[in-house]
Design a protein around this ligand. Sequence first.
Ligand code: ATP
Ligand code: MG
Length: 488
Amino acid sequence: MFTGTVLVVDDEKNIRRTLRMVIEGEGATVHEAETGERALELLEAAIAANEADPMLASELPNVVIMDVMLGGISGLEVLERLSALGEDGHPPVPVIMISGHASVADAVRATRLGAFDFFEKPLSRDRVVVSVRNALRQSKAERELRDLRQRVHGEIIGTAEPMRELMRMVAKVGRTKARVLITGESGTGKELVARAIHEASDRHDHAFVKVNCAAIPRELIESELFGHERGAFTGAVGQKKGLFEVAHKGTLFLDEIGDMDLDAQAKVLRVLQSGELTRVGGHTPIQVDVRVLAATHRNLQEMAGAGEFREDLFFRLAVVPIRMPPLRERLDDVPLLVRHFINQACEENGLARREIDPQGLAALARHDWPGNVRELRNVIERMVVLSDGDLDIDDVPPELRADAPASDDARGGESDELATGDARFAELLRGQSELPLKAFREAVERAYILQRLRDNDWNVSRTAEVLGIERTHLHRKLKILGIQRGER
Ligand SMILES: Nc1ncnc2c1ncn2[C@@H]1O[C@H](COP(=O)(O)OP(=O)(O)OP(=O)(O)O)[C@@H](O)[C@H]1O
Ligand SMILES: [Mg+2]
């Protein structure tokens, strides 16, 4: 059983009816279009509505299942138009293509155009159900991510599972007044998340006040946080509001809370318990409505065990604990972050957009980034500033290139290519992209054959021998898989 909306596009009434029966039988909702023109009309309107107001996303079907041969424009043309509408040359919804008399050329073209799946009539019930189920799953995962992006204001880059989990959390706690303790290594984005939580809350029209507890001298922290009355101490010439008061109705972010000394901790605890404070040298309690977020790269629980941090304050702060994953636990996100920071650096420096080649990207995705996202951002900025145009492996700082097992200089450029091929396998095998088994098999097969062809200087006979298949068989495979001579 599954849920979602499927648009069936076929000029044959019988096929539409069969598909409707099968898909509705599994619980999804079905819409129909008789022609490609009509399908495009429906989809374009839904996409436009969706862009205008993401809440209308429900109008956009989750999956399209479409015949190649239609009365007017062909299914492949519709697919092409849809791919042009998508963000990265892929259609904005998964499209399953079906064909009465599938030609290899059609199948290849459909795959190139980003079809989710392709199969032939007569339709097998199981084949349809499995394919639609997979497509619905992909569609929902993508939509959830887009939706989270909207809610957490798009700034947090990352699609790896730990980041999705993080964004779900931010969206969820944003709505509440719960105190959140954000922990994680330096440069993982703790401050970014604190700001995102504030932005996602109904306090976002009020102040977000950040206090760096490590940077304020211990004798000043109290007056910084709670303010002081005139003459409270030498130098207190006037009355001053503390940061708790400044953050009234908004959010106070206590950064590096692990560096706050025990005296100040006791006073913060009191404010959290009572919701009111007294300025230094003052007597009248002042009510404050503040949501407190805290962050640290230290282990507060351990510190509490050692008597360096108040355990009661720890429990008050860590109502919702959020742990930021180090970048090395989500290396899959490196390419995304790299592109983001390249664009950012280009914009900031008034440069035209630049690209990075796969080898450069692969090298960056192999480093273990002890300084996390901040280190990556700095490296990219430096690469952009120092290079004259598009970036490649030579722009990657040598100390990072040293991480790459295959880019050993003694083995020359060839080994770099190998590394790229291997990286592609690894990527496929890790199962990052949710592919139907058939598409996965083809992708792996394609990457493997391509690699062997390169090893053998595109000599088909020799490659066929290595692969243990007939030369004619290999030729056929190249056609089916759309491999072109000299392709990299
Ligand atoms: N997921 C992310 N997407 C985009 N940018 C990020 C992400 N994570 C971190 N950054 C960027 O990396 C830099 C470091 O992030 P941030 O200051 O939030 O880290 P931090 O965890 O507070 O580090 P520290 O403990 O050293 O203070 C910032 O410029 C931030 O914008
Ligand atoms: Mg920080």
